[in-house]
Design a protein around this ligand. Structure first.
Ligand SMILES: O=C(O)c1ccccc1NCC(=O)[C@H](O)[C@H](O)COP(=O)(O)O
Length: 217
C-alpha cells in the first residue's frame, strides 16, 4: 500500500505552514469565512500564506460560498492553487468555475452521513479533480461544514473510493491513534486533518510528528 498524501488543514500562519511542510505535508488548507468552526482565518492572511508556500505544495482555499460568482470573488482575494467547496454548489456552478478559472483545481467535500452520500459523491465526481470525505452536517440550522474532530462511517467512505475515478481524501477526526485503521478501512488517496494535530487551537509539533510516523508504512 502506498502512503497517502497528507493535507494539513486550518493553517493559521506562515510559521504553521512551514511546520506542516517540514513534517511532510503535500497540501495546506486555508479556511475562509464559515458559518461555524475553529479554523477560520481572514482572506488577507490566506493570501499571504498562499504566497509564501513553494510550488510543490498545494494551497487549498476552503470556501462555503455556493454560487459561482461568490466562489470566484472569494478566490480572487486569495489566489490559492486549489478551491475546496465545503458546501453543495448551486446548479451550473461547476461549469462556470471551469470556464472562468480553467487553471484552478476543484475539490468537492462530501459530508458522509448515509448511503445517499454515495450518490452525492458520484454525481460531484464528474465535475471535480478530487473529493474530500468529511463529517460535517450542512442540514443543521447553523451549518457545520468541517473541523468537527469526529469520524464518520468509513464503510460508506470505502464504497465511495471504490466507485469514483477521481482521487479521494479522507477527513474527519483523524489522529495518530486511528489513522492506520482509517487507511486500511478506506484506502484513500489522501488524508486531511485539523484538530488531530492541534492543542488549544495551535499546530502541535509533537502530534504532527506522531501522525506522520503513524502513516510511515
Ligand atoms: O476548521 C474549521 O473551522 C472548518 C470549518 C468549516 C469547514 C472546514 C473547516 N476545517 C477544515 C477542514 O477541512 C478540516 O481539516 C476537516 O474538516 C477535518 O477536521 P478535523 O475533524 O478537525 O480533523
Amino acid at each position: 500500500m502506498t502512503r497517502p498524501r497528507v493535507k494539513v488543514c486550518c493553517i493559521g500562519s506562515i510559521e504553521e505552514a512551514k511546520a506542516a511542510m517540514d513534517a511532510g505535508a503535500s497540501a495546506l488548507g486555508l479556511v475562509g469565512q464559515m458559518p461555524s468552526g475553529p479554523g477560520v482565518i481572514g482572506d488577507e492572511l490566506i493570501h499571504r500564506i498562499a504566497g509564501a508556500v513553494p510550488p510543490p505544495v498545494s494551497t487549498f482555499l476552503l470556501t462555503s460560498e455556493t454560487s459561482a460568482t461568490d466562489i470566484i470573488r472569494h478566490y480572487k482575494k486569495v489566489y490559492t492553487s486549489v478551491i475546496q467547496l465545503v458546501d453543495k454548489p448551486e446548479a451550473g456552478a461547476y461549469e462556470a468555475l471551469r470556464r472562468e478559472l480553467p487553471y484552478v483545481k476543484l475539490v468537492q467535500v462530501i459530508h458522509v452521513s448515509d448511503h445517499n452520500s454515495l450518490n452525492e459523491a458520484t454525481e460531484a465526481a464528474a465535475f471535480v479533480d478530487a473529493l474530500l470525505l468529511d463529517s460535517g452536517n450542512p442540514g443543521l440550522p447553523v451549518k457545520v461544514l468541517g473541523g468537527t474532530g469526529r469520524t464518520h462511517n468509513w464503510e460508506i467512505s470505502r464504497e465511495i473510493t471504490r466507485s469514483v475515478t477521481v482521487p479521494v481524501f479522507l477527513a474527519g477526526g483523524l489522529h495518530s491513534g486511528n489513522v492506520k485503521q482509517a487507511i486500511e478501512a478506506v484506502q484513500p488517496y489522501g488524508l486531511d486533518l485539523c484538530s488531530g494535530v492541534r492543542t488549544n487551537g495551535k499546530l502541535d509539533a509533537v502530534k504532527l510528528k506522531a501522525f506522520f510516523e503513524a502513516i510511515d508504512i
